[in-house]
Design a protein around this ligand. Structure first.
Ligand SMILES: C[S@@+](CC[C@H](N)C(=O)[O-])C[C@H]1O[C@@H](n2cnc3c(N)ncnc32)[C@H](O)[C@@H]1O
Length: 241
């Protein structure tokens, strides 16, 4: 498929920088709060053990990193990484409010060149982030590199429902109504809420993304649609060899 969406680093950084202050509000509004459930399902499907180390990539305002923190009662070492400073400012404020202390650290880093040692995290997660990384295969390769042998990689991403008539109704909402509501509230120059359906439309989903995960040398890859296929959770395991 010919890629037309501009995912260059500066464009994506600027776009999220412009909407950072409204990101959480719009996420909950546009998903009718279901985004909280999707992250909760991710944590439940890829549960941490006590003392685990977890990397949440493209962490944004930190919701998945903080969901993992809550699930472990603070007994995991969690790193949230993102390359958008404005999103990280909010993540750190939320972390301070939740009194996470040293248990959760937010770092500025590009998902394609992580300043992190190999083979160290039991869980490497990414929610609604991999789609924005300019080179999906490079992003996945970095996730696998920093994952510990036997650890798991979890990718939560939007997908297109296939069940009619929901497919048609949701498709109209996602392509026409959501960009208008998002743009109205966020008032950003980079049209972040038109970018959303455009980038989802171009991004591999289902078996295609699962195959990219296998190509990145993950094994036992499975995926499951959530909320009638609006979103899909993909999980793979890094081999011990
Ligand atoms: C849609 S937000 C998702 C935020 C969060 N994970 C969530 O569940 O709400 C996408 C995030 O990916 C980040 N991002 C996109 N490309 C990136 C890259 N190459 N490296 C690091 N972060 C990136 C953006 O800055 C943004 O914060």
């Amino acid at each position: 498929m010919c890629k037309t969406v501009d995912k260059s680093g500066p464009r994506v950084q600027q776009m999220f920088g412009e909407i950072a202050g409204r990101y959480d509000f719009l996420n909950h509004l546009l998903s009718l709060n279901i985004d909280r459930y999707w992250r909760w399902r991710t944590v439940r499907s890829v549960p941490p053990t006590d003392g685990a180390s977890i990397l949440d990539l493209c962490t944004g305002t930190g919701d998945l990193a903080l969901a993992y923190h809550r699930a472990t009662g603070g007994r995991a070492r969690i790193v949230g990484a993102d390359f958008c400073r404005e999103m990280l400012v909010i993540a750190r404020q939320k972390g301070a409010k939740a009194k996470v202390g040293d248990a959760v650290t937010f770092i500025e880093a590009d998902a394609q060149h992580l300043p992190l040692a190999s083979d160290q995290f039991q869980i490497v997660s990414v929610a609604f982030g991999l789609r924005n990384v300019a080179d999906t295969a490079v992003g996945l390769a970095e996730m696998v590199r920093v994952c510990a042998p036997g650890g798991r990689v979890a990718v939560l991403e939007f997908s297109s429902p296939s069940w009619q008539p929901f497919k048609a109704i949701y498709g109209w909402y996602f392509r026409h109504l959501l960009p208008r509501i998002g743009q109205w509230f966020a008032r950003n120059r980079q049209s972040a809420y038109s970018y959303l359906p455009e980038s989802v439309g171009e991004f591999p989903q289902g078996e295609e993304l699962a195959q990219l995960m296998r190509d990145a040398e993950l094994t036992d890859v499975w995926y499951r649609g959530l909320t009638l296929g609006v979103c899909t959770l993909y999980v793979g395991t890094k081999g011990r060899e």
